[in-house]
Each structure stands twice: as structure tokens, then as C-alpha cells.
Ligand binder design. Structure first.
Ligand code: GLN
Length: 384
């Protein structure tokens, strides 16, 4: 007998179903918690960084399928997390490694998923799944442990969609915190930078920790505030700059955050937005955001700087985009996606505010465009 392509099938892992709202059914094995999960399913093309992806709060409410086929080989560790817990609603992989091989690993991926209560499936033809999502767009899906395919399809079809979902306030911290940790280096752990420079107040809509680390690395004093903190309270903290974080869900219903962005721009406080932060700034200016077909989720997206022509390979994770044609005249496009021409960054001509749709903090991904953090520091220092 030929060895199974999915060795985990040959041991005692329970069977599981992945059903799509369009009725497609995939059979595999459970590598996570029991039960079922229902959410929008999106594909991520990163070749590394599954632990960062799992813990990115912007994935809250989404099932992620990884196009890289061999997942789990380095297990999980205590440092490669972008928040305090797993946020994806479920995980779909082609082949979950049976063996963990990394000196940093503290747990296997399946044990980690089980301990966090995350339903996940392995043994899936993720190329077929990704083609369906690429051609038909992201859609509702259900991962169900067991064999009841009909129930899984019905659950997937009941998913209401991402539009209209305000998840930023759900994942945000509940009280104000001070952030002091810098980046991690092998053998040295997390840096403890001198945080007595510019005072940045960071709105937490589901912020990835590497963003806060990169701001702290640059000597800033970082105060992190809950998503619904009134902007007047933030202004009373006398910030040198305000940061609007990434976050899950639809930006449009986040009226509290749109108001924050509007006032910060009106008061001409140096302002930097990443991903959801860009979308909130656009909405505050009277612009519009739209749901994309399959979104951008990966670590290989080329983005062009419209001023210099230079191309950066960037990390991306968004399902909504700003319609550039709806922005007012004082918003100048600075970056564009070379995959589909969507807006990747803009800045204001009459106030020190700029934003980026992708992820300059990477994690996972290339650091090509990390210089945007230095641009924020320069803005706070009053330089253009
Ligand atoms: N990473 C993010 O901030 C994502 C923003 C928003 N939730 C979107 O999907 O477009």
C-alpha cells in the first residue's frame, strides 16, 4: 500500500468537513478543537508566519486557509504572537506536519489550536479551495468536526457576511495601557528601549503588537487606549501624535473611530493610520470604503510609491478598500497596489496625516516599507 498523503488521517484524528456557502464540500481531519465554526473564509499566500497570522486580531471573524501547503513544522512559541490569543475563527491547511522541529517551539500547532478552542481542518485541497475563492470571492464557510456535510453547508449558508460588522470595539483592550517593549532579537529577547521621546497615543482597534514594538523601538512613549475612548480624553493626554491601528471587520459602522480620525485631522495632530486606520481616515474625510472580492492577504504584494516610482514588497491583510475616487482634493494618493490598482496609501496636503493600507510592520512579511514608521516620527518632529 502506498503511504497516505495525509499521514494524520491514518492515526486517530477525527474526521472533519469544510463546507462553503456555494455548496462545495471538502473532507479532511480535525487538527483543532471539537465542534464547528462559521465565518467568512479567505486565503493567505504567506509562506511563513502562521503563528503571527493566527494571532493577528484583524482576522477576528474570518476562517483562514493558507496556500503554503506544509504548516505546523516549527510548532508554536511564546514570542511569535501578534496579540494575546488566536483570533482567526478557524484554520484550513493542506498538510499539518506530524513532527515539530524548532529549538524555539513550546507546543505543536494542533495542541495550541485545541488549547485555544479553535476549530481547524487538515488534508484539504487548498489549491482547489483558493481557486474557488479567487474566482468567486470570499464567502461564508463552516468547518465542522464530524461527518454531517449537509449541516455544515446549511451553517455556511447562514453566515450573514462581513459587511456591517463592527468588530474593532469587540477585540480592543478594555482599559488604557502603557506599551514599553521593543522588537525581539535571537538571544536577546524583546528590547527595552528608552521610551522617553515623542508621546504617541495608539488607538487599539485590534493592534498587532509589532506595530507598538516598532513605535517603541523609535524611542516613543506609547499609550494604548481602547477603541471607544473619546478623542477629547486623548487630547487631554497631550499626544505628539495619534496612531490608528489595524483591526477586524467593516470600517463603516465604526462611527466612534471615524469621529476620532476626523477630530485628529481637524486639530492637525500628527496622525498615522495602518489598514483599518487608513479606512477610518478616508471615511472621516467623506470618502467611501468597499468590500473587495477576495481581499489582499499575503506577504508578497507589490506596492508602488507614486512619488518615487519605487516598488515595495509588502505584507497585506484587508477585505475592504478605500475608493480613491471618493476622496476629497486635500487627500493625495501616495501608494498603489500593483496587483489590482487599489489605493495603498494617501496623505493630506493641509495637515500632518498619512496612512497605509498594507502592513509596514510585516509580521509576517518583508520589511521593505518599514520606513513609514520613521516618517511618522519625522511628522511628530515637525518635519515633512
Ligand atoms: N488589517 C486590517 O486592519 C483590516 C481592516 C479591515 N478589517 C479589512 O478587512 O479591510
Amino acid at each position: 500500500m502506498l503511504p497516505s498523503l495525509f499521514p494524520e488521517e491514518s492515526n486517530s484524528s477525527p474526521s472533519a468537513i469544510l463546507a462553503l456557502a456555494d455548496g462545495t464540500i471538502f473532507k479532511g481531519v480535525s487538527i483543532g478543537a471539537d465542534g464547528y465554526t462559521v465565518a467568512e473564509v479567505v486565503f493567505n499566500t504567506s509562506m511563513t508566519g502562521y503563528q503571527e497570522i493566527l494571532t493577528d486580531p484583524s482576522y477576528n471573524g474570518q476562517i483562514v486557509t493558507l496556500t503554503y501547503p506544509h504548516i505546523g513544522n516549527t510548532g508554536v512559541n511564546d514570542e511569535d504572537v501578534e496579540s494575546s490569543r488566536v483570533h482567526v475563527a478557524g484554520l484550513v491547511v493542506r498538510d499539518c506536519s506530524l513532527r515539530v522541529s524548532s529549538f524555539r517551539a513550546t507546543q505543536s500547532l494542533p495542541d495550541y489550536l485545541k488549547s485555544q478552542g479553535i476549530v481547524a481542518i487538515s488534508g484539504i485541497d487548498t489549491r482547489k479551495l483558493t481557486r474557488i475563492l479567487r474566482d468567486g470571492g470570499a464567502q461564508g464557510a463552516c468547518i465542522l468536526v464530524g461527518d454531517d456535510a449537509q449541516r455544515a453547508v446549511a451553517l455556511a449558508q447562514g453566515f450573514p457576511g462581513m459587511s456591517g460588522q463592527d468588530l474593532a470595539k469587540v477585540v480592543s483592550i478594555k482599559s488604557t495601557e502603557t506599551w514599553t517593549e521593543g522588537s525581539w532579537t535571537l538571544g536577546q529577547g524583546f528590547a527595552r528601549p528608552d521610551c522617553n521621546g515623542k508621546h504617541v497615543v495608539a488607538y487599539d482597534f485590534g493592534a498587532k503588537t509589532n506595530i507598538l514594538r516598532l513605535i517603541a523601538d523609535r524611542g516613543c512613549r506609547v499609550t494604548v487606549v481602547p477603541a471607544q475612548t473619546p478623542v477629547a480624553e486623548v487630547l487631554a493626554l497631550k499626544p505628539d501624535g495619534i496612531f490608528l491601528s489595524n483591526g477586524p471587520g467593516d470600517p463603516e459602522p465604526c462611527d466612534y473611530a471615524i469621529e476620532t480620525a476626523r477630530v485628529a485631522m481637524e486639530k492637525k495632530i500628527p496622525l498615522f493610520g495602518i489598514c483599518l486606520g487608513q479606512q477610518l481616515m478616508a471615511l472621516a474625510l467623506g470618502g467611501k470604503t468597499v468590500k473587495m472580492k477576495s481581499g489582499h492577504h499575503g506577504a508578497n504584494h507589490p506596492v508602488q510609491d507614486l512619488d518615487t516610482g519605487r516598488v515595495f514588497i509588502t505584507s497585506q491583510n484587508h477585505g475592504f478598500t478605500v475608493d480613491v475616487n471618493t476622496l476629497p482634493a486635500n487627500a493625495r494618493a501616495t501608494h498603489v497596489s500593483l496587483f489590482d490598482g487599489t489605493l495603498q496609501g494617501f496623505e493630506l496636503t493641509d495637515c500632518p496625516a498619512f496612512c497605509f493600507q498594507g502592513h509596514p510592520e510585516a509580521s509576517p512579511g518583508p520589511h521593505d516599507i518599514i520606513g513609514l514608521f520613521d516618517k511618522f516620527i519625522s511628522l511628530m518632529a515637525g518635519q515633512k
